[in-house]
Design a protein around this ligand. Structure first.
Ligand SMILES: [Zn+2]
Ligand SMILES: [Zn+2]
Length: 380
């Protein structure tokens, strides 16, 4: 009986020591000091003392067993007392209530990396050009692999790939000097636009091969080119002469009774010309209704018989009727190339967002998408 009472006493005392120590440690932590280890020593000594007593009083096995039960009892008592003893101890020792860990303060934003200079960025475009070069080399390897392909044909396609690639390289060389000379920016832009056309042609040739490898190569090539194009455009922008974006005063400019010009409705750039006359190098007597649009002109010109009605419609300012008339008379297969029927407006190459497409290496057609998003084939 004495042993059991003693065991209970030890359990209660040790439980209190356990709880007190925990709070003391917290208090020390908050003050930035270390808690004394006195509690731990008493705790261990009490158990050891009890163990010795229990073994002496009850024999080894029962003594050890009883000590073990005392340990369990300690934990049990500590759990029971925790609810009211711990807050009381905290108050006494001046320990702040355990607060939920504050959210770690967001790491201060990385100091912004130093902006790369234009020169560094231009230098980096070489990486994208390298990807294009890889596509070019892969294309050449693919075309040179033994196949039933006609050699003249093969050489032409290899030439197209090389032309596209070297246009980009030349554009890059121009770009490097663009900051000193503005005309270099213009040259770089022309080379880049030429490269875009050649790349479209090159891609169409790969597509016509119809193999998986060629299709992958086509995707690789297009991705590499688009990346180059984007990077070039960013770098060229500051040096490019901004075309004066000023809507024209009149949508039709009457130069004379048989000479009319149609300006772009966005920027005013002359995009279409209708004129009665002869091409500059024309030696024969007959005259034509000369026409030039954004995708080119008609050589030597349109049938002069069309002139009367066409010029009449221009005089009236009826572009819609003129467009239809040109189509119906089969003078211009797709009507006036610069004209958007839905908008009833003229757009220059740039504002019509025109681009050429190729099929098996041959020019296929030109698409235009007006600023309102109306898309049509403007030249076939
Ligand atoms: Zn324009
Ligand atoms: Zn439109």
């Amino acid at each position: 009986m004495t042993a059991l009472l003693l065991a209970l006493a030890v359990a209660i005392v040790n439980a209190c020591i356990l709880l007190r120590d925990r709070v003391a440690k917290k208090a020390a932590e908050q003050k930035g000091t270390t808690a004394s280890g006195r509690g731990d020593v008493i705790f261990v000594l009490l158990f050891l003392g009890f163990l010795i007593y229990a073994v002496w009083a009850r024999g080894f096995l029962a003594g050890v067993g009883l000590t073990f039960l005392t340990c369990l009892g300690t934990v049990l008592v500590a759990a029971l007392l925790d609810g009211w003893l711990t807050p009381w101890l905290r108050k006494r020792m001046g320990v702040a209530e355990a607060k939920p860990q504050p959210e770690p303060a967001p790491a201060p934003p990385e100091p912004p990396a130093r902006e790369a200079t234009a020169e560094e960025r231009i230098w980096r475009i070489r990486d994208s050009i390298q990807e294009l070069e890889n596509a070019k080399d892969a294309t050449i390897a693919l075309l040179e692999a033994p196949s039933g392909m006609d050699t003249a044909w093969r050489d032409m396609w290899i030439g197209d790939a090389k032309e596209a690639y070297y246009s980009v390289v030349a554009a890059w060389e121009m770009l490097k000097g663009a900051s000193e000379k503005r005309e270099r920016a213009g040259n770089a832009r022309s080379l880049l636009d030429a490269a875009r056309s050649r790349t479209a042609q090159w891609a169409s040739e790969l597509r016509s091969l119809g193999t998986d490898q060629a299709r992958r190569l086509e995707a690789q090539l297009n991705a590499a080119f688009e990346k180059c194009y984007e990077q070039f455009s960013v770098e060229l922008a500051p040096y490019e002469e901004k075309p004066e974006v000023k809507p024209p005063e009149h949508r039709i400019i009457r130069v004379s009774a048989d000479h009319y010009e149609l300006p772009c409705s966005v920027c005013g750039k002359i995009s279409v010309v209708f004129r009665v006359g002869k091409p500059a190098d024309w030696e024969k007597p007959e005259t034509y209704l000369l026409y030039s649009g954004i995708t080119g002109g008609i050589y030597p010109g349109l049938n002069i018989q069309l002139a009367e009605k066409a010029l009449g419609l221009l005089e009236k300012g009826d572009l819609a009727a003129l467009h239809s008339y040109m189509e119906e008379a089969q003078a211009l297969e797709d009507g006036i190339d610069a004209y958007c029927p839905q908008c009833d407006a003229i757009f220059c190459w740039q504002h019509y967002n025109a681009y050429e497409t190729y099929d098996e290496g041959f020019y296929d057609c030109t698409y235009g998408t007006c600023p309102q998003g109306h898309r049509r084939i403007i030249d076939d």
